[in-house]
Design a protein around this ligand. Structure first.
Ligand code: OFO
Length: 169
């Protein structure tokens, strides 16, 4: 049977992942309406990924004999001013998620739950990748500037990132 404090920490993380998926979905629809199809594709795919992160936790809690809780989620903050605004929010969000994941790892260590600790290492590594990706995208946006032609190129490139991410590259 799963340790109750660990179960609570995992359920809290289910909420964090669900909120991430919801937030990126809101960003995706914003980008689509603003005429950035590549950015929208990237964000829709990112939203799906976060749902997968949530589902992985749900199944783990259930498999360990615990009760996963599907939480209520609030309305994401909208609208965004521009693409920089979106990706700054995305990076900030991922940094917050990393802190939350570390909290779960901390509970695992305090409760000597080495199985869950091991399971959580996947999330620890994933966060390194996600923060790096968000930082690189933001750097590229700063580099390209706000010209329409630059934003067009940025958007087109992001479509390629979305396709590669979807193929697990
Ligand atoms: Fe991007 O956060 Fe999930 O884990």
């Amino acid at each position: 049977m799963i340790n109750k404090k660990v179960e609570k920490a995992l359920n809290d993380q289910i909420l964090v992942e669900a909120e991430s998926s919801h937030t990126y979905l809101a960003m995706a629809t914003w980008a689509e309406r603003q005429g950035f199809p590549g950015t929208a594709a990237f964000l829709y795919a990112h939203s799906d990924e976060e749902r997968m992160h949530m589902l992985k936790l749900v199944k783990f809690v259930n498999d360990r004999g615990g009760n996963s809780i599907i939480p209520a989620i609030g309305k994401p903050a909208l609208p965004y001013k521009n693409l920089k605004d979106v990706f700054t929010a995305l990076l900030n969000h991922e940094q917050k998620v990393t802190m939350e994941i570390h909290k779960v790892v901390d509970v695992c260590l305090k409760e000597k739950d080495y199985t869950t600790h091991n399971f959580m290492q996947w999330y620890v590594s994933e966060q390194i990748e996600e923060e790096t990706l968000a930082r690189n995208i933001l750097d590229r946006l700063h580099l390209l500037g706000d010209e329409k032609s630059s934003l067009y190129l940025f958007d087109r490139d992001l479509e390629t990132v979305a396709v590669n991410e979807g193929n697990g590259k």
